[in-house]
Design a protein around this ligand. Structure first.
Ligand code: ATP
Ligand code: RIB
Length: 397
């Protein structure tokens, strides 16, 4: 067995059993204890495991302030000479890697949005976890995918908050890098009681400081994933290298182009599925999307830019899939809208979870639609429903 294969097998074992001894690995792989110790040291340097007496244990939740073993992203990408594509029918295992943002959301629930220069009293206020990446990771884990989440926070008190939040969640594993210079990102959100609509100002902070070496560290996790899901709340060079690496190792790439940036154009060659909302689809296609017909035209335009599958989310009007051949409208599930913040995140996380479990585009978007309809009935962008309640809603339709 080759070194790389053996180290992967050790990781798989530890993922299943949490701990393992040098003696045990030496027996099952039929190599010396010294060889196993070297393997474990290499895996520990990459922050996958921690060494403990006589063996090692899996490290699922990492707060990383500096990387010991630095891999050069350019040479890593050239090592994979050409892009691999998953063969048709190749088994999907329900594994998703999500690179994205973590923000502290400061939410004020108001009876209506204030006008410029006006101060109004909020009805309620809450401070909690958010960020499109973290919300989507949470949604995918509630939808019962095995999620590895990667984000970057500051060294302030919110980094510990992020670590605690993610550790207590259903997310299988995560790596939180830390920036010495920038604080943890935050978002100031108004939610109107009139209709559950929101207004958001985001300060990305550490989310925009992901380095090439931190992206290179994704290699092993990507190799075990069926899908990489990204959004646009991180620095574009990091997102760009992540999608290139994903394609190079044969992983499907889903881009939620939110919040919209013209930089999306450079990502197109590496994207399999794009999921804009109405605003993002309008900006990307130059066609104003306000109903199903205009959404169809915009989807065709976006497809013609070079993306195989376009899914436009249409809020309470549901969503539209275009795969280059036909349009499919996913009707919305009826919901009592309380807070639409994070509806798109709920949709994206649930959609990828379903797709990673081998469901079709149509089935996955239908599941995501039911999932998101439950999410808009809950307060807070990261407040996701359970898989069981989604199945119940689908059965009741
Ligand atoms: P946000 O930016 O607020 O997180 P978004 O604009 O990215 O959301 P939307 O298109 O508003 O995303 O919503 C995503 C999906 O959520 C929709 O395609 C739909 O399935 C579901 N959804 C949103 N609003 C409602 C609603 N009022 N009733 C039922 N389903 C909804
Ligand atoms: O999509 C909702 C999210 O957008 C919020 O949690 C906020 O942090 C911003 O990133």
């Amino acid at each position: 067995m080759f070194l790389e294969e053996r180290q992967k097998a050790i990781l798989d074992y530890l993922d299943k059993h949490e701990t393992g001894s040098v003696q045990h690995f030496s027996n099952i792989f039929n190599v010396s204890k010294e060889t196993i110790r070297k393997d474990l040291s290499a895996l520990a340097k990459q922050h996958f495991i921690i060494r403990c007496y006589g063996g090692a244990m899996i490290l699922r939740h990492k707060l990383v302030s500096s990387i010991a073993h630095k891999e050069n992203i350019a040479s890593l990408l050239t090592r994979y000479k050409k892009q691999k594509t998953k063969k048709r029918g190749e088994k999907m295992n329900g594994n998703i890697c999500i690179l994205g943002s973590f923000n502290i959301d400061i939410v004020a629930q108001v009876s209506r949005f204030p006008k410029g220069g006006e101060s109004i009293l909020a009805q309620r206020s809450l401070i909690g976890p958010g960020g499109k990446g973290a919300n989507q990771a949470l949604a995918a884990s509630h939808a019962e995918a095995k999620v590895h989440f990667v984000a970057k926070v500051g060294t302030d008190q919110f980094s510990q908050f992020a670590h605690n939040h993610l550790t207590l969640s259903k997310i299988n594993s995560f790596t939180l890098y830390q920036s010495e210079k920038e604080p943890t990102g935050n978002a100031v959100i108004y939610v109107s009681e009139e209709n559950g609509e929101n207004m958001i100002a985001i300060y990305p902070g550490a989310n925009l400081t992901i380095t090439d070496e931190e992206i290179a560290m994704l290699e092993s996790n990507l190799k075990q994933s069926d899908i990489l899901l990204v959004q646009l709340e991180n620095n574009i060079d990091a997102i760009s290298n992540a999608v290139k690496l994903a394609k190079a190792v044969g992983v499907k790439v889903v881009l939620n182009p939110a919040p919209y940036s013209k930089d999306v154009i450079q990502l197109i060659p590496y994207i399999d599925i794009i999921t804009p909302n109405e605003t993002e689809a309008s900006l990307m296609s130059g066609i104003e999307v306000n109903d199903l017909d205009s959404a169809k035209l915009a989807a065709e335009k976006i497809h013609s830019l070079g993306i195989q599958t376009v899914i436009i989310t249409l809020g309470s009007k549901g969503s539209l899939i275009f795969d280059g051949k036909e349009h499919q409208h996913i009707k919305p599930f009826l919901a009592v809208s309380v807070d639409t913040t994070g509806a798109g995140d709920a949709f994206n996380g649930a959609f990828c979870a379903s797709l990673a479990k081998g469901e079709s585009l149509y089935q996955s978007a239908t599941y995501a639609s039911a999932f998101a309809s439950l999410a808009v009935e809950r307060e807070g962008a990261s407040n996701m429903p359970s898989h069981q309640s989604v199945l119940q809603r689908m059965a009741n339709k």
